[in-house]
Design a protein around this ligand. Structure first.
Ligand SMILES: Nc1ncnc2c1ncn2[C@@H]1O[C@H](COP(=O)(O)OP(=O)(O)O)[C@@H](O)[C@H]1O
Ligand SMILES: [Mg+2]
Length: 367
C-alpha cells in the first residue's frame, strides 16, 4: 500500500549550530513524487532522515499513512524498521559479494514470503528497473548506473508504503545520470509509489517531481508544481536557484495591476511582473532568466540597446554577457549559429512577464 506523508512544523536542532530544519511543513499525497530542492547544507538529508526515523526531530510531527511516527512533544518515535519505507542513497548501497538477484531478494528474507512469491517479486522488480538480463551477475561487474538500479530494486521489492531517495544520481557520470533520471520517473509512476526525493539539481527536480519544495537554511521557501516554481517563484532565492540568475536593482515607481514600473536609475525605466505585495517607493530586485532575454530585437515594453561584452559558443546555444545601462546580464541564444559579435551594440528586449520583481533584501548569499 502506498501512503500519504505529512510533515508538520518539523524541527531538528543538532547539539551545535543553527537549526538544521526550522519549521518545515509539507505533504506528499499517496502516489506522488515530491522533490526537496536546495543547495548543500539546507537540510534536505536531515529532513529525509527524520522521515526515515534515522534522525530524531526536536519538534513537530511526521505522519505516514495517517499514523503519527514522530512527535517529540508527546514522546512518540516509531523506529525505522516499523515505518515500512524504502531508502536509496547517493552511494551504491549494494552487497558486493552477492549477485543482483541475491541483493534484491535480501529484504524479502526477513518477511514471511514464500520462495516462489519472493522469486516472482524479484523478477517483476528487475524487469521494472531494466535489469532482467543481469539477475545472476555479480554486482561488482555492473556500471554505477546499474548498481543504483539494483539499490532501487531492493528498496522497492517489498513494496514499502513510502520511498525515500537522497541524491541517488549524484555519483553517476552525466550520461547515465540523465538516462536514470528519466527512467526513474517512469519506474516510480509505474509502481504508483509515494516518493520523497531530495536533490540540489534543479533539472532533476523538474523532471522527477509532481511537486517541488525549495529549501534554504532549514526552511521550506515554496512548494508547488514545477510550473509554479519555474514561472511564479515566491522570492528572489527561488527564482535564482531555479535559473533566473540575472538581477536588476531599482525602485518601484508605479503599480498597474499585476505589473509595475521600475526606475533603474539614470533615467532608465522598465516594466516588471509583481510576484510579491509591493508598493511604489519600494526598493526591488528583478530576476530574469538568461533564455528570456531576446537579443537582436526590440519588441514593445523593456526594449533597450545593450553592448555585447563576451560570448561563449556552446554548440547548440550561445551565452552572451551583455552590458545593459551599466548592469552585466547573461543572455542565451538557442541554435547552432552565434549571430552577435563581441563589441557590437544590439537591440534587446526583456519581456515584462519574464521580469519578476521582488522586495530588495540585499544581494543573495549562499551561506
Ligand atoms: N549529525 C550532525 N551534527 C551536527 N550538524 C549536522 C549533522 N548533520 C547535519 N548537520 C548540519 O545540518 C545542516 C543540514 O545538513 P543536511 O541535512 O545534510 O543538508 P543537505 O542534505 O541539504 O546538504 C548543515 O548545516 C549540517 O552541517
Ligand atoms: Mg544531503
Amino acid at each position: 500500500m502506498t501512503a500519504t506523508l505529512e510533515a508538520t512544523d518539523l524541527r531538528k536542532q543538532f547539539a551545535i549550530g543553527r537549526p538544521a530544519i526550522d519549521g518545515v511543513s509539507f505533504a506528499v499525497p499517496a502516489g506522488e513524487i515530491v522533490v526537496l530542492l536546495g543547495p548543500s547544507g539546507c537540510g534536505k538529508t536531515t529532513t529525509l532522515r527524520c522521515v526515515a526515523g534515522l534522525e530524531h526531530p526536536t519538534g513537530g510531527e511526521i505522519a505516514i499513512g495517517g499514523k503519527v511516527v514522530s512527535q517529540p512533544e508527546r514522546g512518540i518515535l516509531v523506529p525505522p524498521r516499523a515505518r515500512d519505507l524504502g531508502m536509496v542513497f547517493q552511494s551504491y548501497a549494494v552487497w558486493p559479494h552477492m549477485t543482483v538477484r541475491q541483493n534484491v531478494v535480501y529484504p524479502l528474507k526477513h518477511r514471511k514470503i514464500s520462495r516462489t512469491d519472493a522469486s516472482k517479486k524479484v523478477d517483476e522488480v528487475l524487469a521494472l528497473v531494466g535489469l532482467s538480463e543481469y539477475a545472476d551477475r555479480s554486482v561488482v561487474a555492473l556500471s554505477g548506473g546499474q548498481m543504483q538500479r539494483v539499490a532501487l530494486a531492493r528498496s522497492m521489492v517489498y513494496r514499502p508504503q513510502l520511498l525515500l531517495l537522497d541524491e541517488p544520481l549524484s555519483n553517476l557520470d552525466a550520461k547515465l545520470r540523465l538516462r536514470l533520471r528519466d527512467d526513474l520517473r517512469v519506474i516510480l509512476k509505474q509502481t504508483g509509489m509515494t516518493a520523497l526525493y531530495v536533490t540540489h539539481d534543479q533539472a532533476e527536480a523538474v523532471v522527477l517531481g509532481d511537486r517541488i519544495g525549495v529549501m534554504r537554511d532549514g526552511k521550506l521557501l515554496q512548494i508547488g508544481s514545477p510550473d509554479e516554481i519555474y514561472n511564479r517563484p515566491a522570492d528572489l532565492f527561488v527564482a535564482n536557484f531555479t535559473g533566473a540568475t540575472n538581477e536588476l536593482a531599482g525602485t518601484l515607481i508605479a503599480r498597474n495591476g499585476q505589473f509595475g514600473t521600475v526606475d533603474f536609475g539614470g533615467g532608465r525605466c522598465g516594466e516588471a511582473a509583481l510576484l510579491q505585495q509591493l508598493n511604489p517607493g519600494d526598493k526591488v530586485r528583478i530576476a530574469l532568466r538568461p533564455e528570456n532575454i531576446a537579443i537582436g530585437r526590440q519588441d514593445g515594453a523593456n526594449s533597450y540597446t545593450a553592448g555585447i561584452v563576451d560570448r561563449r559558443y556552446q554548440g547548440t546555444q550561445t551565452v552572451y554577457d551583455i552590458d545593459l545601462f551599466g548592469h552585466r546580464l547573461e543572455a542565451l541564444e538557442l541554435g547552432t549559429a552565434a549571430r552577435h559579435a563581441i563589441g557590437v551594440e544590439t537591440p534587446v528586449c526583456l519581456p515584462r512577464e519574464a521580469c519578476w520583481a521582488y522586495r530588495d533584501q540585499g544581494p543573495l548569499s549562499y551561506d
